[in-house]
Design a protein around this ligand. Structure first.
Ligand code: CO
Length: 214
């Protein structure tokens, strides 16, 4: 078997041993259930692992990842994760985390053909189109990509706020939405402060009159 595969198995053994040496009950406790305070919606990029970059452990973050951290309202996977995290796990925070140097954002900025994924990246092209004047005014392509990365995160947070799942949660409790961009070159997160905690933050046409529930 090739070495990269064996490394994984070996790594897992080391992980399990190390946790048990610190706390013999570690896995028994984890197996009893989860109550994470955060839902993470991040990029699939291997360099942006939710737990590692936030110095958190198993059980602390419920995670959904896809190419370029998109919140697409017809994505049944994302919506199922969101519903479960919000309604059943009752997370307190939902974080959309993009990252500078995102291959998905760069691909969406170009006119190159990639295949099926271009349909997914269309969502980022729409963000570009919406902010065309601001983006086209940035001559440096790296800086333009960085700004598009930020605008994409902002748009995805807004997309969250437009869902019935988030609006229903807001009608009964506090739930915070956050937009972050992670720097691959410095390991730091930038909070874009696009917080939508209130219905008023959503354009009128996207607001639902949520029936009152007990
Ligand atoms: Co990415």
């Amino acid at each position: 078997m090739d070495k990269s595969y064996q490394n994984l198995i070996q790594g897992n053994r080391l992980f399990a041993e190390s946790k048990l040496s610190q706390d013999p009950e570690y896995f028994k406790k984890l197996a009893q259930g989860q109550s994470p305070a955060y839902l993470w919606i991040g990029c699939s990029d291997s360099r942006v692992p939710a737990n590692e970059i936030t110095n958190t452990q198993s059980g602390e973050i419920f995670v959904h990842r896809n190419i370029a951290n998109l919140v697409v309202h017809t994505d049944t996977n994302l919506l199922s994760v969101l519903e479960y995290a919000v309604n059943f796990l009752k997370v307190k925070h939902v974080i959309v985390c993009g990252h500078y140097g995102c291959g998905g954002v760069l691909a969406a900025m170009s006119n190159n053909y990639h295949g099926y994924v271009d349909n997914w990246l269309r969502n980022i092209k729409d963000v570009y189109h919406k902010n065309e004047n601001e983006l086209n005014a940035i001559n440096d392509l790296t800086k333009r990509a960085e700004r598009l990365t930020e605008l994409n995160v902002i748009e995805q947070v807004r997309n969250l706020a437009k869902t019935t799942i988030i609006q229903k949660a807001w009608s009964i409790r506090e739930l915070h939405l956050h937009g972050w961009v992670y720097g691959l070159d410095n390991g730091l997160v930038k909070d874009l402060s696009v917080i939508h905690d209130h219905e008023e933050d959503i354009d009128a046409i996207y607001r639902f009159n949520i029936p009152s529930t007990k």
